[in-house]
Design a protein around this ligand. Structure first.
Ligand SMILES: [Zn+2]
Length: 436
């Protein structure tokens, strides 16, 4: 959707990036995978194969189909969003929306906000068919969703309200800066956007996440104490672990680290607590603590700020040329004209679409670091393999190397399980070796 393309896409991708998610398998699949023979004896690759082959062929077919469908959805989403933005520009809707805003108020900042409200409403409505298919119909087809349409639609309305408020604030500030900043506008636009991202990450766990789910401190001491011990052992000053009711929306197990600048917290969802073994829970927690200790939120903010600066430089080159060429039809003035917002979103969307492999690789690299950190911290390679297998319901297990590099924002199941078995082969025997 254009909204997300414009302002929240990067924010969300960063949030997703820190999330370790997996759907819960049906009751029939609840048997825990049997650990393979000692990888130090048979080799890490062979041990990983035993795990990978523990899934039925139907499970593998469904996992591949769901994940490969996402490749196409990324393309359709880009094409659909671009079409919507072009309709807004080419049909003269955008210019008319700006004129209406100008008739209502003379204050430029309010004009930009009013324009945004109209823009986001029209864009959301025009994108709705694809949103329903990707977010509701398809998720149910693959057994990943638990909400009825009413509940899902309610969450969509909340998201829309957030887009109006947060996007409205961003657009008001962004256009105020664009009106004042002359030739270096693209630098200042990048600063505003990056600051907005930092703000979103900071307030997210405290003010935004609770709009959709209930968060409360984890009470089960048998789960809580080992997690807090693991946290203290790794220098994390945590007194609380949070639990959230993700089962309200989906069947995926999940845990994440969210927040920055003092709002950091580690959250487990109820699906993980119900379905994962204690070893898998600890393995996932080790991974999440890796994100925290390795400062991934700040590193990703920095990486995405670079992506944003280059993006605005691309806009700086492309926007004036396109606006000038289609001036008669689109009625878009300079870059400080809110009526040019669809053009800005169009260029940014195309840029982010082309950059998909780069963004995935930035995120995946951090995820792999967290995997290795988690193995060292939690020392649960088999629990880690179990979690990676749980993830396989929605993430393809065995992609080709290029496929993994281009489309995967987390390591594939094969990479993760091999990494865990290699750790087990190299670490456990060393630990048992007599001291000299
Ligand atoms: Zn992660």
């Amino acid at each position: 959707m254009p909204t997300r393309r414009l302002a929240l896409a990067i924010a969300r991708s960063l949030m997703f990036a820190l999330v370790f998610t997996a759907p819960v398998r049906s009751a029939a699949d609840q048997r825990l995978p049997v650990p393979p023979p000692d990888p130090a004896a048979i080799g890490a690759a062979a041990a990983a194969e035993v795990y990978l082959n523990s899934l039925s062929s139907e499970q593998k077919v469904r996992s591949d189909a769901y994940f490969e469908g996402n490749y196409w959805l990324t393309l359709w989403n880009f094409l659909w969003s671009s079409a919507v933005l072009l309709v807004l520009l080419h049909g003269g809707w955008s210019a008319r929306l700006r004129q209406t805003a100008a008739r209502i108020t003379r204050r430029p900042m309010l004009q930009a906000t009013l324009y945004w409200v109209g823009f986001i409403t029209v864009a959301t409505v025009l994108s709705f068919p694809l949103t329903v298919y990707a977010g509701y119909i398809r998720e149910h087809q693959y057994g990943l969703a638990t909400q009825d349409f009413g509940g899902w639609f309610g969450d969509q309305l909340k998201s829309f309200g957030l887009s109006v408020v947060m996007g409205g604030a961003l657009v008001a500030v962004l256009y105020a800066v664009l009106r004042r900043s002359g030739r270096t506008w693209w630098v200042w636009a990048s600063v505003v956007t990056s600051a907005f991202l930092a703000l979103m990450f900071t307030v997210g766990p405290v003010y935004i996440d609770p709009i959709f789910n209930t968060y409360r401190p984890l009470r089960d001491e048998a789960v809580r104490q080992p997690i807090l011990r693991l946290a203290r052992a790794n220098g994390i000053d945590a007194t609380e672990v949070w639990e959230m009711d993700a089962s309200k929306q989906s069947t995926r197990i999940s845990a994440n680290v969210s927040g920055m600048f003092g709002t950091e917290r580690i959250t487990l969802n109820d699906n993980l607590l119900k379905r994962g073994s204690p070893e898998a829970v600890q393995a996932v927690m080790g991974h999440e603590m890796g994100h925290y200790v390795l400062n991934h939120a700040y590193k990703m903010l920095l990486s995405f700020s670079v992506v944003v600066v280059i993006g605005f430089a691309v806009i700086g080159w492309t926007y004036p040329r396109l606006a000038e060429r289609h001036r008669a039809r689109w009625g878009v003035e300079g870059v400080a004209d809110p009526a040019g917002l669809p053009l800005l979103a169009l260029i940014l969307g195309a840029y982010l679409f082309v950059l998909t492999p780069v963004i995935n690789t930035i995120v995946r690299t951090n995820e792999y670091e967290a995997d290795v950190f988690g193995l060292n911290a939690a020392r649960q390679p088999d629990g880690f393999a179990e979690a990676a297998l749980l993830v396989s319901d929605y993430r393809k297990l065995r992609p080709g190397p290029w496929e993994e590099a281009i489309f995967f924002d987390h390591p594939s199941g094969r990479t993760r399980i091999f990494t865990a078995m290699r750790w087990k082969a190299e670490q456990i025997p060393a630990q048992n070796r007599p001291a000299k």
